[in-house]
Design a protein around this ligand. Structure first.
Ligand SMILES: NC(=O)c1cc2c(N)ncc(C(N)=O)c2s1
Length: 315
């Protein structure tokens, strides 16, 4: 078979197997088959450098060390969320939203992932740039490190131009293994999975990030005006359909009572998760109502973060 044809066939196979394993958690081939195909592609690219492309699955293992990170301006700012600390705060949020739109409001509740917020840009379905939140307007360009996060798709199932936001995190088990290794090497352990994820993504050597078993949940479309979704929940379902990993614990809530029920459920279930969360994000589901509610200087009026009390450290 002609090398160019074999390279594109290997791209398809490796992207599909990676998607099944890291996004669906349902691999259809053993790791050994994935590794064999990856080695074949690495060899073909070494022998035919003109066949290596920026979206090749071989970027998953990390390329050359960077001098530093470029700055990236977020065309749409990555805002922070207003906080709620108790049931009354949530009821006040609901009352303000209903009064502002003059009708009933339904919500989507999502786990607030304790990781590092990132923005991912896709052109014709190809991952072209990834950056950190930074100060919300200017972030750091960390595309090569984000390409090593196996659950971040290099190529979507539809050739769309889209910018999405999500949270990169380190699963608790990976955090514990990483710190055990650091202690063995007399290195400073990371304080928590969030710091470990942030530290990994800020590495100038992508081969280090590639070994840190980072993961992602995508939770927002930056500019929904270019899509035909009418609600946030539709948007998340569409993101899933085109190949993104979203958090399946999300729930549509018709009333603030149902929101409070969901929050109370997760106060109890939180320790069962395989990753850290620091609260619940509650968003108005209708995009029309979101637009009507708009933003304060620094946060959307159509979303709020219910913050769990900080976990007391067991000494
Ligand atoms: N700062 C923000 O806007 C958000 C931060 C987070 C977070 N850390 N985890 C989950 C979500 C979500 N599902 O929307 C959001 S939204």
């Amino acid at each position: 078979m002609d090398n160019k044809l074999r390279v594109s066939e290997l791209h398809e196979l490796l992207n599909q197997y990676n998607y099944e394993y890291h996004v669906l958690d349902k691999p259809s081939v053993p790791d050994s088959e994935y590794d064999r195909l990856m080695q074949e592609l690495i060899k073909l690219e070494e022998e035919n450098p003109e066949l290596k492309t920026a979206d090749s699955p071989t970027v998953r293992v990390g390329g050359q060390v960077l001098e530093g990170f470029q700055k990236v301006e977020h065309r749409i700012p990555m805002l922070s969320l207003g906080n709620a600390f108790n049931e009354q705060d949530l009821r006040d949020f609901d009352r303000r939203a209903r009064q502002a739109v003059g009708e009933t409001v339904s919500y989507v509740c999502e786990l607030k992932i304790d990781g590092l917020a990132v923005s991912l840009m896709y052109e014709n379905g190809i991952f072209v740039q990834g950056s950190t939140r930074g100060d919300g307007t200017i972030g750091e360009e960390i595309s090569v490190n984000l390409k090593t996060v196996r659950s971040i798709p290099l190529r979507l199932k539809e050739p769309v131009n889209i910018e999405v936001r999500g949270e990169v995190f380190m699963p608790r088990k990976s955090f514990e293994k990483l710190n055990a290794g650091r202690l063995e090497n007399e290195e400073e352990p990371f304080a928590n999975p969030r710091n470990a994820a942030a530290g990994s993504l800020r590495q100038l050597d992508p081969k280090v990030a590639a070994k840190r078993n980072l993961d992602v949940f995508i939770y927002n479309i930056a500019d929904t005006s270019k899509t035909n979704v009418v609600s946030h929940s539709d948007g998340l379902n569409w993101l899933e359909k085109i190949g993104f990993k979203t958090n399946r614990e999300r729930r549509k809530c018709a009333t603030i009572d149902e929101v409070i029920e969901y929050v109370n459920e997760w106060v109890v279930k939180r320790p069962e998760l395989t990753y850290d969360i620091d609260g619940i994000v509650i968003k108005v589901d209708s995009l029309d109502q979101q637009e009507e509610l708009g933003f304060t200087a620094k946060s959307p009026r159509w979303a709020i973060a219910y913050k769990f009390p900080a976990e007391e450290v067991v000494t």
